[in-house]
Design a protein around this ligand. Structure first.
Ligand SMILES: [Zn+2]
Length: 364
């Protein structure tokens, strides 16, 4: 699809193999006895490929409806428990949210019904085996995703309904996620029960799905809280306008003695005498250097150079800065304005987290 990245998590290969294996060695031989082993495996492999296509169709339909509403869709990832479509922006109305969520299960159910219809008309056993299994699995996929707990599609529909009824998106997210966690624990309990009563593999599988769902529900609530508390804030509202700086020619020994061991600063902008940004140096850069070499080494030898630095503009949303910091796993971002070589300030992970904490405590 133009503009939508598709990523396949390695765990999908495990799923593909498990599906092929169980179809070739158990399901098809039981249902359709008398084929050769090779034929079972060929039909099973073809079915697995089309199963992959089914999950993809489900995710694509979420993506296309989101796009229809003008939301930016980043990509689709297929991973061990199915797929995920990452939509860059939140939907603006409960109706959009509900329609995007419903598109996936609706597509799966439509495909399922259509395939089962085709299955009734087909006598050729290999095609019937493939179409029949895919029909059932698409119905299961559609139905399972309608479970009304966040982050399942049904949970998103529930969130949209609560949002519509009460008008508060964050509260709706919390409630839908709570239902999601309760259902996840039920799934884990059920999985453990099945595992102890004769089907260890299916049981463990269900429990794993439950565990994954409860984690996803928790993460969503935490993110929604953070995003609410930073809502409307820009990088310039949180940046340090007079961040500590050092000269590229300063020795590492001086940097440690006179700066790092004195104050609480751990990261420094490296600037030439005219203020131009040369790079950034942190405690981590110093630690990578053998202690004996500190007196001779200069800051310019160990710093991250300007060209390799992640930076952000002063008017970017603060949530973007936090996302970039988390993605790159760094502690801070230089804030760069029109003149790219003259930094306006520094926004740090610690600073943003402190701000979130204060705002959450004050309830603003
Ligand atoms: Zn879905």
């Amino acid at each position: 699809m133009a503009g939508i990245d598709l990523a396949i998590h390695p765990s999908w290969l495990v799923i593909a193999f498990l599906v092929t294996y169980s179809l070739a060695e158990a399901q098809f031989p039981l249902q359709f006895p008398g084929w050769t082993t090779a034929l079972y495996w060929i039909v099973a492999a073809a079915t697995a490929v089309l199963f992959f296509g089914s999950v993809l169709a489900h995710e694509l339909s979420h993506a296309l409806v989101a796009r229809r509403f003008g939301l930016k869709v980043e990509g689709i990832t297929l991973f061990i428990f199915g797929g995920a479509t990452s939509i860059d922006q939140d939907s603006r109305t409960p109706r959009e949210e509900a329609l995007i969520a419903l598109a996936g299960p609706a597509t799966s159910i439509l495909i399922g019904v259509a395939l089962l219809g085709v299955d009734l008309l087909i006598a050729q056993p290999q095609v019937a085996a493939l179409v029949g299994w895919l029909g059932v699995i698409n119905l299961v996929l559609g139905a399972f995703n309608l479970i009304p707990g966040f982050p399942m599609d049904g949970g998103r529909v529930l969130r949209a309904l609560l949002w519509k009824l009460r008008g508060d998106r964050l509260e709706a997210t919390r409630n839908a996620a709570l239902v999601g966690r309760i259902l996840a624990y039920v799934l884990i309990g059920f999985g453990v029960f099945i595992a102890l009563n004769g089907s260890p593999l299916s049981g463990i599988w269900l429990a794993l799905i439950g565990w994954f769902l409860s984690n996803a529900a928790e993460t969503t609530v935490a993110q929604a809280g953070v995003e609410r508390s930073l809502h409307g804030m820009r990088v310039r509202d949180a940046m340090d306008v007079d961040p500590p700086s050092v000269s590229p020619n300063e020795s590492v020994a001086d940097l440690v003695q006179e700066r790092m061991l004195r104050g609480e600063d751990r990261s420094f902008l490296v600037r030439h005498d005219d203020g131009v940004l040369a790079g950034m140096v942190t405690l981590g850069d110093v630690r990578r250097l053998a202690r004996e070499t500190w007196p001779e080494a200069r800051v310019t030898d160990i710093m991250t150079r300007f060209a390799d630095l992640a930076t952000i503009g002063p008017d970017a949303p603060l949530t973007d800065a936090l996302r970039l910091i988390q993605e790159r796993d760094i502690g801070q971002l230089p804030v760069i304005g029109e003149d790219v070589r003259l930094p306006l300030g520094l926004v740090t992970r610690r600073g943003i987290l402190r701000l979130i904490e204060a705002r959450l405590k004050l309830g603003v």
